[in-house]
Design a protein around this ligand. Structure first.
Ligand code: 1CP
Length: 353
């Protein structure tokens, strides 16, 4: 792990997130939170109203950089995560994407092999140029010690939205599609691996110090399908990124992977792994933390509730990973009803202040 290096930021000393991801044991551990920019912050809601829609915000570099910086100013997290969305890739491939107010994303569902064959990889980099400009602005605007995380969805998770056209409770449409037509589904994985590699390599070139792959829907897959549609495309993506010269650490987040996490870690080539809230600490420490850097895993609803329950859970996580390289985070994204003051209390507790 020590051979890893940031591509563009060779002159900038590693921040605390980078140090932990390269295997340094830090006390207190670095902290950032998934979805740390977003609707729980009044300053985000204000800027989003000005931008018009959520997608307008994603493609407006000055505003997207500003919402990325908002939680850094408030809480001084050790890392910023680029403000964008995992569904920009399907849009860059030519699929129609829009957001229904109060409901979430909608896409024109991909209905078969012909629709998959029509996806156009040629336009990905040009379409996503505003995102790279956001990264570039952020690298200049962020405090020197704050690492910048770029991200994308894993091919499986992005495909679930492309096939269903929306989020569903168990992403059954994509699972069914993959069972019925694995050849067409593999073609979709191949397109997504290549498009995502282009996208992430360009984020790193623009200044991202770390990459995270969100595989939010990994946990709905049985073992054989987990290997085929979560592990294999992630492994191909990591290999493709390394072949493109990307050397920054990559965090994989296969939510719900459970007992398949050690296999995911051993086979994909990621440098660290995000644990979801249902992963038992007593199991994760011997089975995962002995093999790679862990990140996680406070239940986002404990952050909503706050108080003693939150404090006890934070302390249990810190104690479990004490003496190992570790990154404190939630086990999934912050939810909109989170009181902003609880986030401040969480950061203080983790830092022992
Ligand atoms: O303002 C709004 O109304 C939009 C809410 C919102 C936000 C703030 C969406 C819509 N996306 C985002 C930003 C976002 N999405 C980030 C920004 C950086 C940060 O973490 O602060 C990131 C990393 C994502 C990633 C993302 N988008 C994931 C993976 C992580 C996760 O939470 O599971 C997924 C599944 C999406 C799709 C998506 N985009 C938005 C919503 C509401 C959803 C989920 C839809 C669903 O499953 O029903």
């Amino acid at each position: 792990m020590s051979a890893l290096q940031s591509d563009q930021t060779a002159s900038r000393p590693d921040g605390r997130l980078l140090k932990a991801l390269k295997g340094e044991c830090l006390s207190p551990p670095p902290i950032w939170l998934m979805r740390q920019a977003g609707r729980y912050l009044p300053e985000y809601r204000e800027l989003r109203a000005k931008a018009g829609g959520f997608l307008d915000l994603c493609y407006a570099p000055q505003m997207a950089a500003e919402v990325t910086l908002q939680p850094i100013r408030r809480y001084g997290f050790d890392a910023a995560i680029l403000f964008a969305d995992i569904l920009l890739i399907p849009q860059a491939l030519g699929q129609k994407l829009w957001f229904e107010t109060g409901e979430g994303p909608r896409l024109d569902p991909l209905e078969g092999g012909a629709a998959i064959a029509a996806l156009d990889i040629g336009n990905v980099e040009a379409h996503l140029a505003p995102v790279f400009e956001t990264v570039d602005r952020l690298r200049t605007a962020l405090p020197g010690e704050t690492d910048l995380i770029g991200f994308a969805g894993s091919p499986w998770t992005v495909a679930t939205y492309m096939i269903a056209g929306r989020g569903t409770p168990d992403q059954a449409p994509a699972r069914l599609f993959a069972y019925r037509d694995p050849v067409a589904f593999q073609a979709l994985m191949d397109v997504l691996v290549e498009a995502t590699a282009i996208y992430l390599a360009a984020q790193v070139k623009a200044g991202a110090d770390v990459l995270q792959l969100f595989d939010t829907w990994a946990g709905v897959l049985p073992e054989a399908e987990f290997a085929r549609w979560s592990i294999a495309p992630t492994k191909a993506l990591v290999a493709r990124l390394r072949a493109l010269g990307v050397r920054v650490p990559i965090i994989g987040f296969p939510k719900g992977a459970g007992a398949l996490l050690p296999r995911y870690v051993a086979e994909t080539g990621v440098d660290a792994v995000g644990l979801d809230p249902s992963t038992p600490l007593s199991w994760a420490v011997p089975h995962v933390a002995d093999k790679t850097v862990c990140q996680g895993n406070l239940d986002p609803l404990l952050l909503v509730a706050g108080g003693d329950g939150m404090v006890r859970a934070v302390d249990a996580i810190l104690e479990a990973f004490d003496g190992r390289p570790f990154v404190f985070n939630l086990g999934h994204g912050i939810v909109p009803q989170t009181p902003p003051e609880h986030v401040g209390q969480l950061v203080k507790r983790v830092r022992g202040e």
